[in-house]
Ligand binder design. Structure first.
Ligand SMILES: Nc1ncnc2c1ncn2[C@@H]1O[C@H](COP(=O)(O)OP(=O)(O)OP(=O)(O)O)[C@@H](O)[C@H]1O
Ligand SMILES: [Mg+2]
Length: 259
C-alpha cells in the first residue's frame, strides 16, 4: 500500500512551494524509491516550480478532451472502450524526472459530461498509484475537489496556512467539508508557511483555538527571500541550496512524518 500526502489550503498560502520542499527532502533522504507527484491544480503549478513546461495535450485534461471527442464521434463506446483508452492515456501522461514521476491534471475543457470519464479516471489513478511508494498531491485552492471526492484515500492531509485570518477560515471550511462528505484522512496536519520565525507562538495559539482533536500542528516554514527570488526568476525550486534556512526547517518538519 502506497502512502499519499495531499497539500491543501487557501490560494497562495504556499501549497506548491511546501510540496516541492517536501519532494526535495524526499529525493535527498532516499527513503522512498518511487515517488509520484500528482499536480491536481489546473494551473499547473508544480511543473512551473521545477522549471518545466507541459502542453495541454499532455495533461490528463487534454487527453480526456480527446477521448470525449472520440466518444461523441461514436469512435468509442462511453463505458467499455473508454475505460481502456483512459487507463492507457494516464500512462502516456506520466512525465519522468530523475527521481520522481509527475502527472499534470490540466483543465477539463469543452462541453459535455465528464462523469463517466471521471469515474474511470478515479479508478485508473488508484491503479497507477499502486506502482509507487509515495504519492504527493498538489490540490487546487478551491474546495470542490473534496466535495467531488477526487481527493480521497489520502493518508496525510497537510493544510497549509499563512499569517492571515482567511487562511484559517479556509482551514475550518476544509475540516467541515471533510466531515460532511465523510472523507477519512488518517492524519490532519496544519503547516504554517510564510510566518516570521518568531511568530511560532501565534501559530500555536491559532491552532489551539480550533478545538479540533483531529488536527495536529506540523510546524512552521518561515518566509524566505531566496524562495521568493527563485519564484520571481523562474528558477527550479529543487535547486534551492541545501543550507537554505527555510529548507532546513522544512526538512525537519517532513522528517517527522516521513522517516
Ligand atoms: N516560505 C516562503 N517564503 C517566501 N515566499 C514564499 C514562501 N512560500 C511560498 N512563497 C511564495 O508565495 C507565492 C505563492 O506560493 P505557492 O505558489 O506555493 O502557493 P499556492 O498555495 O500553491 O498557490 P495557488 O493557490 O495559486 O496554487 C509564491 O510566489 C511563492 O514563491
Ligand atoms: Mg499551487
Amino acid at each position: 500500500m502506497y502512502r499519499s500526502i495531499a497539500f491543501t489550503g487557501k490560494g497562495g498560502v504556499g501549497k506548491t512551494t511546501s510540496l516541492v520542499l517536501c519532494l526535495k527532502f524526499l529525493i535527498q533522504n532516499g527513503n522512498y524509491n518511487k515517488i509520484l507527484v500528482i499536480d491536481a491544480d489546473p494551473d499547473a503549478n508544480v511543473v512551473d516550480l521545477v522549471g518545466k513546461n507541459v502542453h495541454f495535450e499532455n495533461t490528463i485534461g487534454g487527453k480526456m478532451h480527446e477521448i470525449m471527442k472520440r466518444i461523441k464521434m461514436k469512435m468509442l463506446a462511453p463505458y467499455k472502450d473508454s475505460k481502456q483508452a483512459i487507463e492507457a492515456e494516464i500512462f502516456n501522461c506520466l512525465l519522468h524526472f530523475k527521481n520522481f514521476d509527475l502527472i499534470e491534471m490540466g483543465r477539463t475543457e469543452g462541453e459535455g459530461c465528464y462523469c463517466s470519464v471521471n469515474n474511470v479516471l478515479k479508478n485508473a489513478f488508484d491503479i497507477i498509484s499502486e506502482a509507487y511508494d509515495l504519492v504527493l498531491v498538489d490540490t487546487p485552492a478551491g474546495l470542490e475537489h473534496f466535495a467531488r471526492k477526487t481527493t480521497k484515500d489520502v493518508s496525510d492531509l497537510i493544510i497549509v496556512v499563512d499569517p492571515s485570518k482567511m487562511s484559517f477560515h479556509t482551514l475550518k471550511q476544509i475540516l467541515d467539508i471533510s466531515k460532511e462528505v465523510t472523507l477519512n484522512f488518517q492524519n490532519y496536519w496544519v503547516l504554517g508557511n510564510k510566518f516570521l520565525d518568531n511568530n511560532w507562538y501565534m501559530l500555536k495559539e491559532k491552532v489551539k483555538m480550533l478545538t479540533e482533536i483531529r488536527i495536529k500542528l506540523l510546524g512552521l516554514i518561515p518566509e524566505n527571500s531566496e524562495i521568493m527570488k527563485y519564484n520571481l526568476f523562474g528558477k527550479n525550486l529543487l535547486d534551492l541550496p541545501n543550507n537554505n534556512e527555510a529548507y532546513n526547517k522544512a526538512k525537519r518538519i517532513f522528517k517527522k512524518i516521513l522517516s
